[in-house]
Design a protein around this ligand. Structure first.
Ligand SMILES: C[S@@+](CC[C@H](N)C(=O)[O-])C[C@H]1O[C@@H](n2cnc3c(N)ncnc32)[C@H](O)[C@@H]1O
Length: 296
C-alpha cells in the first residue's frame, strides 16, 4: 500500500467512546473515506455489529474495503444524504450511532490527479464523486463573475474575493484555466508579495471544493434528517474542520436540543489533544460535536 494512501482517523478513540453504546448495534459511517474510523470501531464492536459505510468517492471505497476487510462492513457509493432512503430500503428504522467526518481525506488531498492540492500541480478537478458533471474547471471557466465572487466570499471567506474573481475572469479570456497550478498563480498574482500564515490560494481552493461538491447543502440536509437516521437512544457525531461547517452543526444541534427530543452530549465542541495534533496536523482544526436522541 502506497504511503499516499494513509489517512489517520481523527479523534477515533474519543468518537468510539461517545458513539459505540451498543456493542452489537448498527452504525452509519457517512464519510467512510479509507475506512480509518470504521476499522477502529470494528475493533471495539461485537460479532453481530454492522457498519454501513457511505462515500461519494468510489476509489476511496475500494481501498476502504481492502483495508478494513471485514464482513461487518457494507459500503454504499452514495452521498450520506441518501442514508435515510437506504436505511428504509434495508428495513432499518434507525441506527445506534452515526459519524460524519466532514471534508476531504489526506488521500484525496495528496493525490495531484484529484485536483485538490495547492502544492502539487494537477487537473482542476476537486470532485469527491468523479461521476459528478460539475468540477472546479467548469466553475472557474464558465460561472459568471457574481457567482465566483459569491462562492469566494461565502465558502472561502476570502477577503480579496472581488479581486480574485476578476483576475479569474481576465485570465480565462486569454485561455481556459485547466490546472491547479494556473489557478494558484492567478491568486498569487492578486496577493503579490503579501503573504499571511496560510498559502494565498487556500481559501480560493476551499471555496471551489465546497461549491463543486455541494458540501454545505449536504451537511444541512443530513442534519435536517437526523431523526430518520438515528434511533431513540442513538447518537450522532460530527467532526468539522472549518468554521462554516461547525457553525451549521452547532446551530442545528442547539435547535434539536431545544425541541426536547435530543440532548447535547457535549455542551462545547471537543478538540483533539496536543499529542494527537503533534502527530497528525489534520487534527489541529478538528471540532467534534455529539448529540443523542432521547429514548421515548
Ligand atoms: C475526512 S474523509 C473521511 C475519512 C474517514 N473517516 C477515515 O477515517 O478514513 C471525508 C470523506 O467524506 C467523503 N464525502 C464528502 N462529502 C460526502 C457526502 N456528501 N457523502 C458521502 N461522502 C462524502 C469524501 O469523499 C471523503 O472520502
Amino acid at each position: 500500500m502506497s504511503e499516499t494512501w494513509i489517512h489517520v482517523p481523527v479523534m477515533a478513540p474519543q468518537i468510539a467512546d461517545f458513539l459505540l453504546t451498543n456493542p452489537n448495534g448498527i452504525y452509519l459511517d457517512g464519510t467512510l473515506g479509507l475506512g480509518g474510523h470504521a476499522k477502529f470501531f470494528l475493533s471495539r464492536l461485537g460479532k453481530e455489529a454492522r457498519i454501513l459505510g457511505f462515500d461519494k468517492d468510489q476509489e476511496a471505497l475500494k481501498i476502504a474495503q481492502e483495508r478494513v476487510h471485514d464482513g461487518r462492513l457494507t459500503v454504499f457509493h452514495a452521498s450520506y444524504t441518501q442514508a435515510p432512503d437506504e436505511l428504509k430500503k434495508l428495513g432499518i428504522l434507525g441506527v445506534d450511532g452515526a459519524l460524519f467526518d466532514l471534508g476531504l481525506s489526506s488521500y484525496q488531498l495528496d493525490n495531484p490527479a484529484r485536483g485538490f492540492s495547492i502544492l502539487r500541480d494537477g487537473p482542476l478537478d476537486m470532485r469527491f464523486d468523479t461521476g459528478n458533471p460539475l468540477n472546479a474547471e467548469v466553475i472557474v471557466n464558465t460561472w459568471p463573475l457574481s457567482e465566483l465572487e459569491r462562492i469566494l466570499k461565502d465558502y472561502g471567506e476570502e477577503r480579496n474575493f472581488n479581486k480574485i474573481a476578476l483576475a479569474i475572469m481576465q485570465a480565462r479570456r486569454q485561455a481556459p484555466i485547466t490546472t491547479t497550478g494556473q489557478l494558484v498563480r492567478i491568486v498569487e498574482g492578486v496577493y503579490g508579495s503579501k503573504r499571511g500564515k496560510i498559502h494565498p490560494a487556500t481559501q480560493t481552493f476551499q471555496a471551489l471544493r465546497i461549491a463543486c461538491n455541494g458540501e454545505l447543502e449536504a451537511v444541512a440536509e443530513v442534519l435536517a434528517s437526523l431523526g430518520d437516521v438515528i434511533k431513540p437512544g442513538g447518537r450522532a457525531a460530527v467532526l468539522t474542520f472549518h468554521s462554516l461547517e461547525d457553525r451549521l452543526v452547532k446551530n442545528r444541534f442547539k435547535e434539536l436540543a431545544h425541541g426536547g427530543e435530543w440532548l447535547l452530549v457535549n455542551k462545547h465542541a471537543i478538540a483533539a489533544s496536543f499529542e494527537e495534533i503533534r502527530q497528525n496536523r489534520r487534527a489541529r482544526s478538528a471540532k467534534l460535536r455529539v448529540i443523542e436522541r432521547v429514548k421515548l
